[in-house]
Write a protein that binds this ligand. Structure first.
Ligand SMILES: Nc1ncnc2c1ncn2[C@@H]1O[C@H](COP(=O)(O)OP(=O)(O)O)[C@@H](O)[C@H]1O
Ligand SMILES: [Mg+2]
Length: 343
């Protein structure tokens, strides 16, 4: 498998901290694996081992068809890593930095120039393109570093918390670039603290905590396991509550029955736990319409990483203060939802 990532039994200790405590990973070629976990879970250590920057105490890994411990140089030639290899040169401008990376990877001068211009534009650096990187803020450097990692598309790419510290607009830009990269056949291992991000980008998710994989699956599978996904409907008038409740009861989690629909009379809000995601939402809307229930608002409230974590481990995912001054939390709205849902 020229583009796949495979790891078995990775162990790495630092003193008495078991940063990796027997991690197995499989990322089929052309897919995205989201390594999801709180600070200190072992995500960066895993990325460093897989990208040859760190030797594990035991275990083995094959990246792009090559044994990581046996042939690190060969592995490096086939992978991209945001945040490490592509160090930003302070004394070059943003544009020069990206063009240099392009030339390093043997793009023709014209192609390197075009790619640099495109990436500067996408990451909101066009205005600052001709200033030296030394004058960039923390957030701008981070974006330049990501752009540098994206100049060429290697068969296997690693991104360690690529959007931590990015504002929503730049996060969106990065998500788009990542999707294009994957559509072009790149295999991607991405670490994140945000379920929403893994949700958007990853085919499969591994939840890690204290050096161990504590759950794996698609985002839908993890959420179903967590049981935190809910449909919330606000009906137009109180007389429609009963009709809406009958419809929603049909969509409640299998076997839970009508009792599971909770109603808040004064806000005309009904909530039901579901599985099935956005597709189901369309069906609910259609069914409510068919029985003449008018809705003021409807939405799918998804569990956040916090919900998944609490459900899996019994403790909340702890995060350090965010970096760089740019807001780091995607989907700020989710925070509020969490509180609603957790009750
Ligand atoms: N170079 C190091 N020296 C000592 N401890 C380390 C080192 N790198 C990581 N650790 C520890 O290993 C654990 C996992 O860290 P890390 O892989 O950086 O987690 P994450 O990236 O998920 O936040 C943490 O407890 C961290 O403090
Ligand atoms: Mg880390």
């Amino acid at each position: 498998m020229p583009g796949a990532i495979h790891a078995e039994g990775l162990v790495k200790t630092f003193g008495d901290v078991r940063a990796l405590d027997g991690v197995d990973l499989d990322v089929p070629e052309g897919t995205v694996l989201g390594l999801l976990g709180p600070n200190g879970a072992g995500k960066t250590t895993a990325v460093r081992v897989l990208t040859t920057l760190l030797q594990p105490d035991s275990g083995r890994a094959v990246v792009a068809g090559i044994d990581v411990l046996g042939h690190p140089t060969e592995v490096r030639r086939r992978i991209g890593l945001s945040g490490q290899f592509a160090a930003v040169d302070e004394y070059l401008t943003g544009r020069e930095n990206l063009q240099m990376v392009g030339q390093l990877y043997q793009l023709k001068a014209k192609a390197a120039k075009e790619r640099a211009g495109e990436l500067l534009e996408r990451f909101g650096l066009a205005d600052a393109a001709d200033r030296t990187a030394k004058t960039y803020s923390g957030g701008m450097r981070r974006r330049l570093d990501l752009a540098a990692a994206l100049v060429v598309s290697p068969p296997v790419m690693f991104m360690d918390e690529p959007t931590t510290g990015l504002d929503p607009r730049n996060r969106q830009a990065l998500w788009e670039v990542i999707k294009e990269l994957v559509a072009g056949g790149t295999t991607l291992l991405l670490t994140t603290q945000y379920l929403e991000e893994a949700d958007h980008l990853a085919h499969d998710i591994c939840v890690v905590d204290q050096g161990r994989v504590i759950a794996r699956g698609t985002s839908d599978q993890l959420k179903a396991q967590t049981g935190g996904e809910r449909v919330e409907v606000v009906v137009h008038e109180p007389g429609m509550i009963t009709g809406a409740r009958d419809v929603l009861a049909r969509y409640g989690l299998a076997g839970t029955g009508r009792g599971e629909v909770s109603v808040e009379d004064h806000t005309r809000k009904l909530t039901v736990p579901v599985t099935g995601g956005a597709k189901l939402l369309a069906e609910v809307i259609r069914d409510l319409d068919a029985v003449g229930v008018e809705i003021d608002d409807i939405g799918l409230r998804r569990p956040t990483l916090d919900d998944v974590f609490i459900s899996l481990t019994g403790h909340a995912a702890e995060r350090e203060a965010e970096e760089n001054g740019e807001s780091a939390r995607p989907g700020g709205g989710d925070r509020t939802h969490t509180k609603d849902v957790a009750k």
